[in-house]
Design a protein around this ligand. Structure first.
Ligand code: DOR
Length: 461
């Protein structure tokens, strides 16, 4: 395995802007613009290619352990590698839920055996596990996930007293699924009264999990975060109303949007049915436009993450509401943003900021998210001119389906390096995965993770 790889002649997406410069991946560490005398075991001609920092996807569900009919840490991280994602931060609604230090350690052991890219596991909050949350490994745990509204699985913290304790007594960064339980319940009851017993048409999913549910819950979380001065990240924002709340909040709050909330709206249910059923539900075209604008501006939305949440097609085929919520997106997120970003004011530099740098800073990940001297040699090469059609059968996610099947995208990941090792490459339509490569657990420095307003308005130190 080459320990020194020179990426020559590409356009590197540096923090200071996209620049034609060579990069040396040396013993797992990055060197920008190495001296011409630098020795390399392999030289990669990157002419015409964009070189991104490896993508940090801070919201994925890889289903391992316990739900491995949907995905596992090997297939999920293979899909990540194919999408240029070199670090995944994985959610706690696996089985058993990741709610104790012991379960978290066991999950890390599975990851050491199976993960082709770097990983970090959130601790999941319950109304009773405050002591476990306080005992989390601060050096390797990116943060604590709270389901303030329920979604897939049984994790839920809706009690105000329990939320107050979590915000007051823990000190890792927090993030939450924000959809207000009582609003969702009342909306579901209203649908029941209107339509009778289920099954119901899929589009009522967006009536049940509506804007009000998201806004009420985000407002509640912002209030907790503000009163306790506790760093808080709003996962998967889907409505203009939430953006308005976040815009008023302090700099300890960051937020993210997912490709599906940028690219789908309620008009897509007829075409795609339960394939676009997810929580929070897709909303209106107006909300979609507001998400793009917020992403382009970078003031209320700092991060793009996928919420990669695979289910089998058999599970998805059940009549609503028995069909589960969630869709796979890990291997297509960068291409989706490169394809649709420019027309929506989102540049290549902004994409790298939102998919690499910002998530690394939000979660205090050491050595991640930037092409800078001394950072980890996690990079992905993209051919910005290559168009391709997403095909279910070519997906690496375990169940080989994508809601974007049949869509043509422009800008394709052609090589991915993790810790300086080539884990994925694609040439002439043939994809090669080096199954021998293993990522590493993330290292976190939470004192370094930034949540303070900066002159550029990005809201991160
Ligand atoms: O649609 C979703 N699916 N949203 C979530 O928050 C959870 C996820 C899952 O785990 O299936």
């Amino acid at each position: 395995m080459a320990s020194r790889t020179l990426l020559r002649g590409g356009d590197a997406v540096l923090p200071t802007g996209t620049t034609r410069v060579d990069l040396l991946l040396e013993d797992g560490v990055l060197r920008v613009d190495p001296p011409s005398s630098a020795q390399a075991d392999e030289v990669v001609d990157c002419t015409g290619k964009l070189i991104f920092p490896g993508i940090v996807d801070d919201q994925v569900h890889l289903r391992d352990p316990g739900l491995t009919q949907k995905e596992d840490l090997r297939t999920g991280t293979t899909a990540a590698a194919a999408g240029g994602v070199t670090t995944v931060l994985e959610m706690p609604n696996t089985v058993p839920n990741t709610t104790t230090r012991a379960i978290w350690e066991a999950k890390n052991k599975i990851a050491e055996a199976k993960c082709l890219v770097n990983w970090g596991f959130y601790m999941g909050a319950t109304p009773e596990n405050i002591d476990e949350l306080k005992a989390a490994d601060r050096r390797r745990t990116p943060g604590i996930k709270i389901f303030i509204g329920s979604s897939t699985g049984d994790l839920l913290v809706d009690s105000q007293a329990a939320l107050e304790r979590i915000f007051a007594e823990t000190d890792l960064p927090l993030c939450a699924h924000c959809e207000d339980e009582s609003t969702v319940r009342a909306n579901r009851q209203a649908v029941q009264e209107r339509l009778g017993d289920p099954p119901w048409p899929i589009r009522v999913h967006s009536d049940i999990r509506n804007e009000e549910a998201a806004v009420v819950s985000v407002r509640r979380a912002i209030d907790l975060s503000t009163r306790h001065d506790h760093r808080f990240h709003v996962l998967h924002v889907s409505t203009a109303g939430e953006l308005a709340e976040i815009a008023q909040a302090g700099p300890q709050i960051t937020a993210e949007v997912c490709p599906h909330h940028l690219l789908f709206d309620v008009g897509d249910y007829d075409r795609l049915g339960s394939k676009v059923q997810m929580n929070p539900a897709i909303k209106s075209a107006t909300d979609r436009a507001a998400m793009w604008q917020a992403l382009a501006e970078g003031k209320t939305i700092q991060v793009v993450a996928t919420d990669h949440a695979p289910h089998t097609l058999d599970e998805k085929a059940a009549d609503y509401p028995a069909s589960p919520s969630g869709l796979p997106a890990l291997e297509n997120s960068l291409s989706l943003l490169l394809t649709h970003g420019p027309a929506n004011g989102v540049t290549v530099d902004r994409i790298a900021a939102a998919m690499c740098d910002a998530p690394a800073r939000v979660w205090g990940l050491v050595g991640k998210g930037r092409l800078e001297d001394g950072y980890d040699a996690d990079v992905c090469l993209v051919d910005p001119a290559e168009s391709f059609t997403v095909r279910n059968e070519e997906q690496f996610t375990k169940n080989r389906w994508s809601p974007w099947d049949g869509e043509t995208l422009t800008g394709r990941v052609v090589e991915t390096f993790v810790g300086g090792n080539r884990v994925f490459s694609r040439s002439g339509g043939t994809a090669t995965v080096n199954e021998a490569i293993r990522g590493r657990a993330v290292r976190c420095d939470h004192a370094r993770g930034g949540f303070h307003a900066t002159p550029d308005g990005i809201g991160l130190a």
